[in-house]
Design a protein around this ligand. Structure first.
Ligand code: DGP
Length: 125
């Protein structure tokens, strides 16, 4: 199921209008490399359906939410970080610095990370 929004950057990647390094696709999600990686491995997992943020997930989107999580482990295996470890981050809203309003999980890994994940304040990507 695809419900596209013409002015959404990630919908345009879903449709192929804007190129991206897509590494995984199924009937529900696609995964592609982030254009500005913050770790050696940085892939975005997005639903084909336009949903602006986690705040906009509706009860009928339950399966889509599950498909995003299921894809994380599959993609992590594909890019070689399933065993070493990774994070799946959903920036949501202003203080989290969400900049693209189409749900995307940042699958990041390939290096040792710290915790907590906010040692410094950044206002830009
Ligand atoms: P966020 O701040 O959580 O909304 O993250 C948006 C991410 O999207 C950010 O890490 C950069 C990435 N991004 C923005 N534009 C493009 C694009 O045209 N192509 C790709 N592959 N990634 C993009």
């Amino acid at each position: 199921m695809t419900q596209e929004k013409s002015d959404c950057l990630f919908c345009r990647i879903v449709s192929g209008e804007i190129p991206a390094s897509i590494i995984y696709r199924n009937d529900h999600v696609i995964a592609f490399r982030d254009i500005t990686p913050v770790t050696p491995q940085h892939v975005l997992i997005i639903p084909l359906k336009h949903i602006a943020s986690l705040n906009d997930l509706a009860p009928e989107d339950e399966a889509i939410a599950g498909h995003i999580l299921l894809a994380a482990g599959v993609v992590a295996e594909m890019i070689g970080i399933r065993q070493s470890g990774y994070r799946l981050v959903f920036n949501t809203g202003k203080e989290a610095l969400q900049s693209v309003f189409h749900i995307h999980g940042h699958l990041i890994g390939g290096q040792q990370m710290g915790w907590p994940p906010f040692p410094g304040l950044s206002t830009q990507h």
